[in-house]
Design a protein around this ligand. Structure first.
Ligand SMILES: Cc1cc2nc3c(=O)[nH]c(=O)nc-3n(C[C@H](O)[C@H](O)[C@H](O)COP(=O)(O)O)c2cc1C
Ligand SMILES: [Mn+2]
Length: 492
């Protein structure tokens, strides 16, 4: 059974010992971040976790609780998707992809809605929802009712960090849902930080082409059942509905309810909904913001969201997340995405054996890819494939290794990849779109990338020397020494 809403997930987390309640008053300005950082880096916790989810019952200056670090471990990501291990989600996706076998990757992903028709994962419109228990319009709207975080000292203000931003493609009417942070400017105005390659930004541009002086409706849901809440960050193709995908993940359709003041629909189980619009001729300075790179993203000009109506549950939970020096909660979200979409990647490129994105690479800086190399230049082909694959286009450094290397063992990757290099020969540069947050790029959004071919080199690639074997002791000697171990006076 799918989680009904966020609080049902909170209950389960608490039962599983994965949630800590904090009853004392804590300030959403900086203090909640610092508490989260300290709790997350508790050395007594398991390695693959950044500490428990935290429910702050009394954020200073607000009457509602705040939930953070909700998805900050592999275990909690699996709980969010109601599976024992993330591979089970990957397996389900693979099962669907196997049923029919269209050609391209995008075709394959696009198959999902068709297949979903069978399983009826399509969102369902309903008349009413808990998100409408309280409705405030016009001058009754005050974003400062919510415990919105100022995360880091140099942040330009308070930021809504975990929203689901709903817009419609003005040409096709298709919905998009993206998680884009929102800086609060005043009671009823925020920034809208959709980066230029993201689908919300595309809707904005298409609408502006038609009517530069107009506006597009936008609605924002904060907090929903876990699959729905996580759907906004999924790197899925532009015309695939995130709410359909959420339905697929939770195995039950997402229930959507019409907004009060615009044409959009939002999850009926949302904790909080902000309804409004974005002017097509208005930009405003956004940032700085302590970002998931571990550095501040600098000020930039972004669209502005005007809130006309707020609806929420009687006793809403404000869902948020803190990004900052890795690893933070978002690393575990990204890791789940990596695991869940790996079979999709492998289907298009069967030579891919495994991929890893170390936390320190903050998703877009480093991808290690193991391939079963079959022909000369194969590693280069895979680099180009990754640079053309959805948001993987942002990958700054790709390291391609042979299939017998464990990409998750970073010290082995460092050792063997470096040994396999003749840098001038094996490093390839490429130009293209880069992540907006890359502060080293020569200009925002455009720059260079590097591919490193760290596979064994072949004669057919012009490498005429023999390639040495890795040093391994033979099994016979190992067994013999194991037998004499005690006799040698060595400790077991
Ligand atoms: C916590 C969090 C905050 C994010 N903030 C932003 C943001 O401010 N701007 C942005 O463009 N992407 C942001 N992202 C990444 C997008 O959510 C992600 O790229 C998503 O796939 C975008 O959806 P779209 O492909 O429908 O545009 C954030 C992701 C997470 C997990
Ligand atoms: Mn999208």
């Amino acid at each position: 059974m799918a989680y009904r809403d966020l609080r049902e997930f909170v209950k389960l987390l608490e039962k599983a010992g994965e949630l800590k309640r904090i009853t004392a008053e804590v300030d959403p300005v900086l203090e909640i971040t610092e508490v989260t950082q300290r709790a997350a880096r508790d050395p007594k916790r398991a390695e693959n976790s950044v500490g428990p989810a935290l429910l702050f019952e009394k954020p200073k200056g607000s009457r509602m609780p705040l939930l953070v670090n909700t998805f900050g471990s592999v275990k909690r990501m699996a709980m969010a998707f109601e599976v024992e291990a993330l591979e089970a989600v990957a397996e389900r996706i693979r099962g669907f992809l196997d049923t029919k076998s269209p050609q391209g990757l995008f075709d394959k992903i696009k198959m999902l809605p068709k297949l979903a028709e069978l399983g009826s994962f399509f969102p369902k419109s309903v008349k009413d929802g808990d998100c409408k228990q309280v409705i405030r319009k016009g001058s009754d709207v005050n974003l400062f009712d919510f415990p919105i975080l100022k995360c880091w000292p140099q942040d330009g203000g308070r930021f809504i960090t975990f929203p689901l931003v709903f817009t419609k493609n003005p040409e096709t009417g298709k919905r998009n849902v993206g998680t884009y942070r929102m800086q609060v400017y005043d009671e009823r105005t925020t920034g809208m930080h959709w980066q230029t390659q993201k689908h919300g930004a595309e809707h904005f541009r298409r609408a502006r082409e038609k009517n530069p002086e107009g506006r597009i409706p936008a609605s924002v849901a904060i907090g929903a059942d876990p699959a729905t809440a996580l759907a906004g960050m999924l790197p899925i193709p532009p015309d695939l509905d995130e709410m359909m995908f959420a339905g697929f993940l939770r195995r039950e359709p997402v229930e959507l309810v019409a907004c009060e003041t615009n044409e959009l629909e939002v999850p009926a189980n949302a904790e909080i909904v902000l309804e409004g619009y974005v002017n097509l001729n208005e930009l405003r300075t956004e940032g700085p913001f302590g970002d998931h790179t571990g550095f501040y993203s600098l000020e930039g000009e972004y669209p502005v969201f005007h809130v006309e109506c707020v609806t929420h549950k009687k006793d809403p939970i404000y869902l948020t997340t803190v990004v900052g020096p890795p690893p933070q909660e978002d690393f575990y979200m990204g890791y789940a995405v990596e695991r869940v979409f790996l079979p999709v990647m492998k289907m298009q490129y069967p030579e891919i054996v495994d991929v890893a994105m170390p936390a320190e690479g903050i998703f877009h800086n480093l991808m290690i890819v193991a391939i079963r190399k079959s022909y000369p230049g194969h590693a280069r082909k895979i680099m180009n494939a990754i640079w053309s694959l959805g948001q993987a286009m942002f990958t700054k450094v790709i390291v391609v290794v042979d299939h017998d290397l464990d990409v998750h063992n970073y010290s082995e990757v460092l050792w063997k990849a470096l040994c396999a290099l003749d840098p001038e020969r094996d490093v390839q540069f490429s130009f293209g779109p880069v992540d907006t947050l890359d502060h080293a790029a020569r200009m925002q959004d455009f720059g260079s990338k590097m591919g490193i071919d760290a596979t064994r080199k072949w004669k057919s690639e012009g490498f005429m020397r023999p390639w040495p074997d890795e040093i391994l002791m033979d099994e016979e000697t190992k067994a013999r020494v194991a037998g004499m171990w005690k006799r040698l006076g060595m400790r077991e």
